[in-house]
Design a protein around this ligand. Structure first.
Ligand SMILES: Cc1cc2nc3c(=O)[nH]c(=O)nc-3n(C[C@H](O)[C@H](O)[C@H](O)COP(=O)(O)OP(=O)(O)OC[C@H]3O[C@@H](n4cnc5c(N)ncnc54)[C@H](O)[C@@H]3O)c2cc1C
Length: 405
């Protein structure tokens, strides 16, 4: 049996950041990843450029494929509205980086390795057994079947939406699990297209109910996807109707933009999205949850990479500080109020999407505000009241002009 200070389960953004920080602080860390790296991760791969502040020692050129500065919004594939994310050029950080997760996550895993983490890929954690003075982690090589057993003072559950760590605890029993799907469609920018540009992200709101669809530009392909962020069920993972709806939306999006494809060659990847559904404990004894395993996906936008990175760092720092029992409080201090406000907005947005498109999304300042919200420069707690007042004013003014003055 191997002994570690910390075993981190999962080498996505949350786990790799945590492992790097712990190793850099001199702790003995194992980073266990089920798949062989680099691996595909079902994701749009869009993240706010402020991510740079979390990864100062990594050159963005190594993984950023395009820098998006404009959003093209549509409602039911029509009524297009193109807007700059930084209209007055006041803040150059207001843009979105587009990455391929296979490359990005691999760079983060290598970084953890460079700091001294014991990175082991192709090894799946099967069981986690808490003991009074530590936690036993049992894992198995996915190809060799060989057993790996370790004992750690702490375990960080960074194993994503379907991870096993959470099952060893009584945590997150009532989880809200949404669903999203994507394909990677080869694209040559030199071919020219009226609407597709490497600096434009496309967002489509009416085609899928209680969610949205997107097209994100990458170096040699488009990431085309759709997600239902407020599904009718608590757990949308096995909802076949929903999967069919998402698939149809992706195909419709390609048709509308005149993209050519061979239907049989398309590879649809679907994955659950554990969205924030309110405050709950995120550690139990010596086991700390982060990223998707902790349900830290923004319930309005469905983004989770930056939150995964931030929460991985919070977990690592709590352990370094000798304050692991503060993990839940620290996560709540960072996310809870803001995500609660985002959840309130999401309930309205996905219920009244058409009205919100007309009076919210197409409002001249909205694209900039959305980018600031994604970056964390603007908080949903500050924004929610303003957005609701504006929406009410616009709707009242249009339907009941006599009340508008
Ligand atoms: C279709 C789709 C599109 C998305 N688009 C975006 C986007 O554009 N921007 C954004 O910010 N977010 C997006 N997200 C969300 C984002 O992908 C997640 O929030 C993010 O990946 C969470 O990171 P994580 O480290 O917590 O988990 P993950 O990235 O899921 O990493 C978990 C890791 O744990 C490993 N693992 C699982 N089980 C075990 C085990 N038993 N043993 C060892 N390892 C294990 C997995 O193989 C995986 O590598 C999207 C999600 C989906 C589904």
């Amino acid at each position: 049996m191997q002994n570690y200070d910390v075993v981190v389960c999962g080498a996505g953004p949350s786990g790799t950041i945590a492992a790097a920080q712990l190793a850099q602080a001199g702790l003995k860390v194992a980073l266990l990843e089920k798949q062989f790296l680099p691996r595909h991760k079902t994701c749009g791969g869009g993240m706010p450029m402020v991510m740079q502040s979390q990864l100062r020692d990594l050159a963005p050129e190594a993984f950023v494929e395009s820098d998006v500065t404009m959003m093209r919004h549509t409602w039911k594939f029509e009524d297009a509205y193109l807007a700059s994310m930084n209209p007055r050029s006041t803040d150059e950080r207001l843009s979105l980086w587009m990455v391929q997760r296979s490359i990005f996550d691999h760079a983060l895993a290598q970084r953890a390795l460079d700091f001294g983490a014991d990175l082991r890929d192709g090894i799946a954690v099967r069981a986690i057994e808490p003991e009074s003075d530590g936690v036993i982690v049992r894992a198995q090589g996915i190809k060799t079947g060989s057993e790996f057993t370790a004992k750690a003072r702490y375990v960080i559950g960074a194993d994503g939406a379907n991870g096993v760590t959470v099952k060893a605890t009584q945590l997150r029993k009532k989880r809200a699990i949404a669903l999203a799907m994507e394909i990677e469609h080869p694209h040559h920018w030199g071919d020219g297209h009226a609407d597709l540009r490497p600096e434009i992200a496309h967002l489509e709101y009416g085609a899928v109910k209680r969610g949205y669809a997107w097209i994100f530009p990458k170096a040699d392909h488009l990431n085309i996807g759709a997600g239902v962020f407020r599904p009718d069920n608590q757990d949308a993972r096995s909802d076949r109707t929903l999967r069919a709806e998402l698939q149809k939306t992706i195909l419709d999006y390609m048709d509308v933009l005149g993209l050519k494809y061979d239907r049989d060659a398309l590879k649809f990847h679907a994955h659950p999205l554990p969205t924030w559904s309110g405050k709950e404990p995120l550690h139990e004894g010596r086991i700390l949850l982060v990223g998707d395993a902790a349900g830290l996906i923004n319930p309005l936008f469905g983004d989770g990479i930056l939150h995964a990175v931030k929460s991985g760092s919070i977990a690592a720092q709590s352990i370094i500080d000798g304050a692991a029992q503060e993990h839940t409080n620290r996560i709540h201090a960072e996310f809870a109020a803001n995500f609660d406000a985002a959840l309130n907005l999401a309930r309205i947005f996905y219920q009244w999407t058409g009205v919100c498109y007309k009076y919210g999304v197409k409002y001249e300042k909205s694209t900039r505000y959305s980018t600031q919200l994604l970056c964390g420069d603007l908080l949903f707690t500050d924004m929610a009241g303003r957005a609701m007042r504006r929406l009410k004013r616009s709707v009242r003014g249009n339907f009941f002009p006599m009340f508008n003055g």
